[in-house]
Write a protein that binds this ligand. Structure first.
Ligand code: F0G
Length: 423
């Protein structure tokens, strides 16, 4: 019996064409009867075997399976393709326990942390860096609370361009700095918050020192617009119809603006009716909530907060530069904005983790905000809601360790481990 030969007559032990074969002696076993890890007869390693071996035609599920991705939407973008890793096509998770707990008719989680560099920023960068190539620049730059810098560093490197990032010193999560660093960006740690970094990088861009790829750059938002397009198509394919509401964390309010643009375009083209546009609902951390303030006060502008603080460092922003696009987006769609505490964010992060979805703190704000709005009766029980989770758990390992269980040191000895487990 040759280990390398994967074909074999289907043995009596097979169940539905699946069985286990010992790679040493060829003995076969039923796949799910009893628990075994090695061969009963000789102790050799086991391999799973199939009566029907797959061909390419067996893969995917033509007709029903959905496949998104930023460049699927090139008809809505300035180019047909760009510098791609590739990005988009992120999962729209079902979260039945959380749905029950919060008490809405349907809750789905669009996990943008599943993009190539672990955040939605990749959608903006695939388009933004393509535009940078078009306009012919050598150096790209951004201010960042971390994720933008990680994405720009990856996409800029891939395009063979220099990348300069300005980060607020001591306020960027470890995973994000690691990414910018390994992708070879020049990293400047500024003695000031994100908003100051953005002021400076705007000045540098104005002086021709670099091409600005913050969300002030409208092409970035074109890429991020595809989050909205993907949600609409995916939700319609899997649930039928469109969500009533989309809840998202807000920093610079770029995503809020981008989603609103996606919906305005769909409505203008006749693809959806006005009353099918989801209510855009923004969530900020209590310690940095100028958008919430503007919505609550009914202002048509935001007032910059100079002192901001939250453990959700990604949205530790006091001057949301896209507010002029985003405030109308929230109002016109009949949405709202709400602030949540750091404790509520951590709690939501844990609850998502219980459903197997690992997100960084800023992302969990969407869930925390939905819960709060549902408790207040602002969100109805019959609503179908999509929460956007913007960044992956591994972006901020320190926050994850703080929110999670403590590792327990034990000696390297089985009896001692057993004793520890029983204690
Ligand atoms: N969530 C995460 C994980 C983010 O990194 C950001 C923004 C936001 C939400 C807010 O999105 O700005 O479109 O309202 N991060 C930027 C950065 C500021 O530099 O990475 P927004």
């Amino acid at each position: 019996m040759s280990y390398l030969k994967i074909t074999q007559d289907e043995p009596a032990a097979a169940t539905d064409g699946v069985w286990l074969t010992c790679i040493e002696c060829g003995e076969t076993f039923a796949p799910f009867e009893g628990i075994r890890y090695t061969c009963d007869d000789c102790g050799g390693l086991l391999e799973v075997r199939y009566a029907d071996l797959p061909t390419f035609e067996n893969f995917g599920d033509e007709g029903t399976a959905f496949h998104g991705g930023v460049w699927r939407y090139s008809a809505a973008l300035p180019f047909n393709t760009g510098v791609t890793l590739p990005e988009g096509n992120t999962p729209l998770h079902e979260v039945p326990r959380l749905e029950d707990k919060i008490g809405v008719e349907r809750l789905r989680v669009k996990h943008e942390g599943m993009n190539p560099t672990g955040s939605f920023k990749d959608r903006g960068m695939t388009v933004g860096v393509r535009v940078a190539q078009e306009v012919g620049v050598d150096r790209l730059a951004c201010a960042s609370t971390g994720n933008t810098s990680a994405a720009l560093s990856a996409y800029g490197s891939r395009a063979g361009l220099q990348v300069l990032v300005l980060l607020p010193e001591g306020k960027v999560a470890a995973g994000k700095i690691a990414q910018a660093s390994l992708h070879g960006a020049r990293i400047l740690e500024v003695d000031g918050n994100f908003d100051r970094c953005l002021d400076i990088v705007q000045n540098l861009a104005d002086r021709g020192e670099a091409y600005l790829l913050n969300s002030l750059n409208p092409f970035r938002l074109e890429g991020q617009k595809t989050i909205g397009l993907e949600i609409m198509e995916q939700f319609d394919a899997e649930e039928g119809g469109f969500p009533d509401r989309i809840v998202l964390p807000v920093g610079n309010a770029g995503n809020t603006a981008a989603l609103y643009k996606a919906f305005r375009e769909l409505e203008a083209s006749g693809a959806i009716d006005e009353d099918e546009i989801p209510k855009l609902t923004g969530v900020q951390a209590e310690g940095s909530a100028p958008m919430v303030e503007a919505i609550e006060e009914g202002w048509d502008h935001i007032e910059r907060w100079d002192d901001v603080e939250t453990k959700a460092t990604a949205i530790r922003i006091g001057n949301p530069v896209n507010a002029p696009k985003a405030l109308p987006g929230i109002r016109e769609t009949d949405g709202t904005a709400v602030a949540v505490s750091d404790a509520e964010i951590t709690d939501a992060q844990r609850t998502l983790a219980e459903e197997g979805i690992g997100v960084e703190p800023a992302s969990a704000a969407s869930i925390a905000g939905l819960r709060k709005l549902r408790d207040r009766g602002v969100v109805d029980e019959d609503e179908r809601v999509v929460c956007l989770t913007t960044g992956h758990l591994l972006k901020d390992p320190d926050a994850a360790v703080e929110a999670g269980t403590e590792p327990e040191p034990v000696p390297a000895d089985t009896d001692a481990v057993l004793e520890h487990l029983q204690s």
